[in-house]
Design a protein. Sequence first.
Length: 377
Amino acid sequence: MTQREQAPLLIPAAADALRSNNFDAIRLFMAMLVVWSHSFFIWSDSEDREPLSLLLGGVYNSGNLAVLAFFAISGFLIVLSFVRAASWRSFLSRRVRRIYPGYLVAVLLCSLVIVPAFSSRSVSDIRPAEWGGIASNLLLRGYILPSDAFNGGAVNGSLWSIGYEFWCYIGVMVLGVSGLLKRRWIVPALTVGVIVVRIWLDATGRRPGGGWIGTIIGFPYFWFNVLPPFMLGAATYLYRQHIPRDRRLLLGGIALVILCAHLPIADPWRAIVTRCVFPPVLTYGIFYLAFTDAVRMPHAARYGDFSYGAYLYAFPIQQMLATGLRGKASFTVYVLLSMAGALAAGVLSWHVVERWFLQRVRRPRAPLQQEAAIVAP
């Protein structure tokens, strides 16, 4: 079969494909999708009536989809980043500088500004143990001062995923340094293993968590939510020369997810089946859109990558808006103001904090021969 006759690939083989894509636009859209989903929860205490939740029988909602999409994109880009890094130290440095500055500023603002402004607490009331909790954010623990702000609700309910994200980076680094990343089959094998364990946990009603392990890596059960899309994203990069692009495959996968979500079987099995099908379909769909020729937005972040800051600040902004607008404005007005506020926070976070910690001079990428050797089977 000639090159002309070969089926198109999900990830185009063109030399500039990995630099010209829609990832920045997709991430910003997903950040707004999180705002949309959380709007239902904050405004009416439930996401059950959120449209995607209704479509998927309550197994997933728009916020779940967006967060898992972030992990799928990260799996792809983080493996790419490690492959092209000059060393593991360079890789880790770039990841720390991308995650930590914006995150630490966000949690400090939540504890030292938002909590005193919307609760009965003040900065002078902080106890020594609570300063230790604030310091634990160096481990990405998402600690915010306990208070009666927002009627005791979460001040920032989105921070939980950041620690999981960073531990995924560490996992990729370990696989790369150990040489296991060269054995491409290990990544899909681990993915299948995680999904099998998730099936067993859900079928038996187990929710492992707590203890010293949870203090370090987060609630263990959550890993079985976020690892499959991350690892599928990593596998997509490693096997990018073999995965076909087929609209029928995408549409069939979407139809299968909806069908599974409404199977006439009792839970937990309906949810188990849906959770097995959803991550690969979501991952395929994300990369289908990222490299589609139908919509080209490779310069969506030409003025800055605002998605991370929007994600970090959206939840507290939504809490503050709900406090002031509930009973005075419609839900539609609340959603629009929430999205505008989150986007504005993303712009400020990028220009005031994040961009100053990123490399301004782009280092030459690893030669193609070196890249091929790192991930060769």
